[in-house]
Design a protein around this ligand. Structure first.
Ligand code: HEM
Length: 451
């Protein structure tokens, strides 16, 4: 009766599906408690589906249902006209020009991270990498998007991070539940989630109230809003954004910006710890570009860090934090050889093509050089157009520029200051999946590099 659900839930979900792709090929059908799903690892089909949004496909409706139950209906889970209205200010606020203007915040926070890690190194402490980097991404996202000086890197506001950490694992768990038991019986975890949501709600309302006060007291800000939230509030009347939409879009940005970027940087550190020769190359580049500073001081310098960027690109090729996306057909539609009746749910296994020999030579090896201008002659297969780490089509990730700046800054600055070694053997680090894919069990030791 449960179909493939028990096997699906037996391991990290993306890996179970990837094993099935290896067994059954790029296209097949499964069912969960009678509900059919198509699985596609075909990059052409997947690209086409992503492109045909919002008209012919939307996100899997259950994602939205679960998020809505948590009080969130923002740009990630809205559909149709509502999505279009919310997407516009989000994409504008995170465009390349605005992201460049935010760089001083990223630089300051990277500096704070270096100081924190210096302290760990001098006390010979092991570092829980993902938790640490999340402090950085939370502080950056809240400052950039809401102009709010949260200081989790300074050891303040830790509670907020703990609350945020609960959300994705619970969304993930609820998405594959055959019965929504939490609507009738609340377990300890469900109660904790409710408390976390309440606390986050209170904080977001503080962001909103403070931004409103600033706009009231300094009306000139309305002409040049200093951050995303201010811009959203200025447009509220004209665009007809409800209070709920503003709250949800702020919450969405926090969720979307924090976990994904922190996991990607953490995966980079996992690879760097395994490849000291690559750390040296990133370090040599940092010395050439900003030897008299601790971190890059401008986007001009950042743009010169081509090797650090290549490390970031190679990391998200091998370890995309969204190895799969789930879509739903909103009409009967033919995509290549595939006829999908309205309502069909489809898993897009995008990581498969990113890690296939046919598309990338030495596909399972960490080779940043393949991303350098002119490529690497030994790595002739290089289908960069198949990288879907940031999704694709009209709903691709609007935070790509911000995330890339964060990644390049932190990768470069950490390699400049430290060497890394994994605590335990590399096999201990697993691909954990809780809505996003993270390096489970990643603990590192660092040593300070002489300058
Ligand atoms: C390395 C870091 C990141 C990765 C790997 C990532 C990945 C993704 C992916 C795969 C999607 C789904 C795209 C699709 O459906 O085609 C997405 C959507 C989104 N991301 Fe990111 N993201 C990252 C960082 C960020 C940041 C820093 C922000 C903003 C602060 C952000 C905001 C969003 C939003 C708002 C959406 C929903 C877009 C929509 O539905 O229109 N992301 N991201």
């Amino acid at each position: 009766m449960l179909g493939h659900l028990p096997q699906f839930k037996a391991g990290p979900k993306h890996q179970v599906l990837e094993h099935w792709v290896a067994e059954c090929g790029d296209l097949f059908r499964i069912h969960f408690a009678g509900k059919p799903f198509v699985v596609s690892a075909d990059p052409q089909i997947n690209g086409e589906i992503l492109r045909q949004r919002p008209a012919a496909f939307q996100r899997y409706a259950k994602i939205s249902e679960i998020l809505e139950e948590m009080g969130i209906l923002g740009v990630f889970n809205a559909e149709g006209e509502q999505w279009k209205r919310l997407r516009k200010p989000t994409a504008e606020a995170l465009n390349l020009r605005k992201t460049k203007a935010f760089y001083p915040i990223i630089g300051r926070k990277a500096q704070q991270l270096i100081e924190r890690w210096n302290d760990y190194a001098s006390h010979d402490q092991t570092i829980d990498v993902t938790k640490e980097i999340m402090r950085f991404t939370i502080d950056v996202t809240t400052a950039v998007a809401f102009g709010y000086p949260l200081d989790t890197l300074g050891g303040q506001d830790d509670v907020f991070q703990q609350h945020l950490e609960l959300i994705f694992p619970m969304v993930n768990q609820r998405m594959s539940a055959a019965i929504p038991w939490w609507r009738w019986i609340k377990t300890g975890k469900d109660k904790k989630l409710d408390e976390a949501l309440k606390a986050i709600q209170a904080l977001i309302h503080t962001f909103i109230e403070e931004a409103r006060d600033r706009l009231e007291q300094q009306p000139e800000r309305k002409e040049h809003p200093a951050n995303f939230l201010e811009a959203l509030l200025v447009e509220q009347k004209q665009e007809g954004f409800s209070e709920q939409e503003i709250y949800s879009t702020i919450f969405t940005l926090l969720l979307a910006g924090e976990d994904t970027t922190a996991n990607s940087i953490s995966w980079a550190i996992y690879f760097l710890a395994r490849h000291p020769e690559i750390v040296e190359k990133v370090r040599a580049e940092a010395l050439a570009v900003y030897s008299h500073q601790n971190v890059p001081d401008s986007t001009g310098q950042l743009d010169q860090l081509e090797y650090a960027l290549a490390v970031a690109q190679e990391t998200i090729r091998l370890k995309p934090t969204s190895p799969q996306l789930i879509m739903q057909a909103t009409e009967d539609i033919q995509v290549g050889p595939l006829f999908l009746p309205k309502g069909t749910n489809i898993f897009l296994q995008n990581k498969v093509a990113q890690t296939r020999e046919a598309h990338f030579s030495d596909a399972d090896q960490f080779v940043p050089d393949r991303w350098l201008k002119g490529g690497c002659p030994a790595h002739y297969n290089h289908s960069s157009e198949l990288i879907r780490a940031f999704g694709g089509g009209p709903r691709f990730c609007p935070g790509k520029h911000l995330a890339t700046y964060e990644m390049v800054t932190v990768i470069s600055a950490l390699c400049y200051h430290f060497g890394f070694s994994l605590e335990g053997n590399p096999e201990k680090v697993k691909e954990g999946f809780a809505f996003t894919m993270h390096p489970e069990g990643l603990m590192v030791r660092i040593d300070i590099k002489k300058r």
